[in-house]
Design a protein around this ligand. Structure first.
Ligand SMILES: [Fe+2]
Length: 343
């Protein structure tokens, strides 16, 4: 039960697989053990090895039906043999690769949603052969391990999906306002430098990073090209923090980032928008994002204004410290920007 609990809490795939093999070896007093997972072609790939003489199996794969593990993959049944000599599935070739002689084997499938997703294979029980109990224990460990692996895969998949969705939204922002192409990425870089300087945690930095990449997403629902023509459009323009907030807030992983987006035009002196929050009422991430954003707007090329040099932009931000910007953030920004070679 302890092992199961531990497996469920493990979020890094490599560590999870290693832990499964180590647990299997220890529970059953085996000499060595392997975990193989199915690849896209339906073969088994060696993922991790534990115990003795098991370091040279990387990149090897086993075809369905081949050897002990291939048989388990094919049948979905556990396999227990205490004298492998004479068994047709025994491969002297594998013994040569592992540089040791196989005597006994206990091999069970990892099953998820009625599909074999991999195999745990233990070799050479220390002392006597593998018992009924060993088999039962390994089968039940494999059940839990399969759940943990499937959960982990899902988690990894979600992470990858989020990266792609962010990418889509970043590109959409870039093409919606071609004048500001690259803006959100640069802002993310500056915000990260300031955040690090101010000692934000890894989690806070990640939230700030996402907020930076998505801070202008509200513009996607505004006709930015009409903006300079009509006064009512201008009003709509300043709604972009609120619009962006509403767009990304429903995504649970972006909830904290959404709050930063909402507040990224609040001024330290309370004269910002949308709610006129002041000082520390404004979330720190938003105070950082505001400085990062303005710095980029001042220093990058736009068709409608002149570009300031970095030194002039820093002076401009300093001049607004305490009114527009949080002085602590401005100080961190100055230090961070001077220490970094930004071009
Ligand atoms: Fe903005």
């Amino acid at each position: 039960m302890n092992i199961t609990k531990h497996l469920r809490a493990t979020t890094y795939p490599d560590i999870l697989l290693k832990d499964i093999v180590e647990s299997a070896i220890n529970l059953n007093s085996a000499e060595s053990g392997f975990l193989l997972l199915c690849d896209e072609d339906g073969n088994l790939r060696y993922k991790v090895a534990g115990g003795e003489g098991t370091t040279i199996l990387e990149d090897r794969f086993v075809k369905r039906g081949e050897g002990f593990s291939g048989w388990v993959l094919d049948t979905g049944q556990p396999l227990r043999i205490n004298d492998v000599r004479g068994d047709s599935r025994y491969s002297p070739e594998m013994d040569r690769i592992r540089d040791r002689a196989t005597r006994s084997v206990l091999c069970v499938p990892l099953v998820h949603e009625q599909r074999v997703i991999g195999v745990i294979e233990l070799l050479n029980k220390k002392g006597d052969g593998f018992t009924d109990d060993d088999e039962r224990i390994l089968v039940s460990l494999a059940d839990q391990a399969a759940i943990a692996i499937a959960q982990n895969n899902l988690y990894e998949e979600q992470k990858r999906d989020m990266i792609h969705i962010t990418e889509i939204l970043v590109n959409a922002q870039d093409s919606h306002i071609p004048d500001k192409k690259g803006h959100v990425r640069r802002v993310a870089k500056y915000a990260n430098l300031i955040g690090k300087k101010m000692g934000l945690t890894e989690k806070e930095l990640k939230t700030l990073y996402h907020a930076s990449l998505l801070h202008d997403v509200g513009f996607l629902s505004i006709n930015v090209h009409e903006e300079k023509k009509e006064p009512w459009e201008k009003e709509r323009f300043i709604q972009h923090p609120q619009l962006g907030y509403e767009m990304i807030k429903p995504i649970s992983r972006w909830h904290d980032a959404a709050t930063i987006v909402l507040n990224h035009h609040e001024r330290y002196d309370g004269k910002g928008y949308p709610s006129g929050k002041r000082g520390k009422e404004i979330p720190l991430g938003a105070r950082i994002l505001f400085v990062a954003e303005v710095f980029d707007v001042l220093t990058s090329k736009h068709s409608y204004k002149d570009t300031l040099s970095f030194e002039m932009a820093i002076a401009e931000i300093e001049a607004n410290s305490g009114s527009q910007f949080d002085p602590e953030v401005v100080n961190a920004f100055k230090e961070a920007i001077r220490e970094t070679d930004i071009e």
